[in-house]
Ligand binder design. Structure first.
Ligand SMILES: [Zn+2]
Length: 279
């Protein structure tokens, strides 16, 4: 499995500035921009075929760019209907298979919704679906990390505590820490150095130093209300305290990939990288 040797910064998807926009040219553009990684956006569908994947892998290796992916949005591992849970599992697995064929690092997904159930019950439901996914990932010999993401709405399963706890159950599962989602799901909390330190301490304590050196992070501007996330914003138009996040990451000597989902994806990814380097 890939373990980045430092903290790499990535646009969420093909950079806007890419000439002849496709995945291969996007990877080349990421390299030209001086960034270290790119997230493949499978959010509507897994849009790279298994025939095409080896070509993507070759370009990523040539350019030395680490690839992550965001699995489709249509996932609810807590769905009541078995066929919906099955479809959710196969979307995650499909993303994992293709990312693995592309030589990638880590698969991110939104695990599901509480649907008004007790959080502890939801945890157990999600855990039992995760077990099936993880077993199949191992059986297939896929070398990618399977990572549920901290979610942006209080109706969605995925607090940092839940995902850290879930990750202790499996050896190829770690959380995607979306700091902007943590900020939005709590209607404005998680925006200080102390709160970001709490997140990193929790990871270090429960999942070990190796998890701190193997992070998949999302960080972007965000708009929110008491219902949580509304939409992503450019960092300078939002109140997201990204400087404090980066200072804490530096303090913990974090490694891995920081993906930026701001609307100006590569510009804010470069801003984050530049700011991080100056700390
Ligand atoms: Zn996401």
């Amino acid at each position: 499995m890939i373990k980045p040797e430092k903290l790499l910064f990535a646009p969420a998807g093909i950079p806007i500035s890419t000439p002849r926009r496709d995945t291969a040219n996007g990877i080349r553009q990421v390299k030209k921009l001086g960034l270290g990684a790119m997230e493949l956006e499978f959010v509507q569908s897994v849009n790279i075929s298994k025939e095409k994947a080896p070509e993507i892998r070759k370009v990523a290796e040539e350019e030395n760019i680490v690839l992550t992916c965001h699995a489709p949005y249509f996932i609810n591992l807590n769905a009541v209907e078995p066929q919906k849970r099955g479809a959710s599992r196969s979307r995650i697995l499909q993303a994992a298979k293709i990312l693995d064929a592309c030589g990638g690092y880590s698969v991110c997904f939104h695990p599901g919704f509480y649907l008004g159930m007790e959080p502890q019950k939801v945890f157990e439901n999600v855990k039992s679906e995760m077990k099936k996914i993880v077993d199949e990932v191992k059986q297939l010999g896929l070398k990618v990390w399977i990572r549920p993401e901290t979610t942006g709405k209080p109706t969605q399963f995925g607090s940092i505590e839940e995902l850290v706890e879930l990750s202790t159950e499996f050896d190829n599962v770690l959380p995607v820490v979306d700091f902007s989602h943590l900020h939005a799901r709590t209607n404005g909390k998680f925006n200080s150095k102390e709160e970001f330190e709490y997140v990193m301490q929790l990871i270090e304590k429960k999942l070990g130093k190796s998890a701190v050196q193997n992070m998949h992070i999302h960080l972007s501007g965000i708009a929110y209300s008491e219902k949580g996330e509304k939409n992503h914003l450019v960092l300078k138009d939002s109140d997201m305290n990204y400087l404090a996040v980066l200072e804490v990451l530096k303090g913990f000597n974090a490694r891995g990939v920081v993906v930026c989902e701001s609307p100006n994806i590569e510009e804010d990814a470069l801003l984050l990288q530049k700011t991080f380097e100056k700390i």
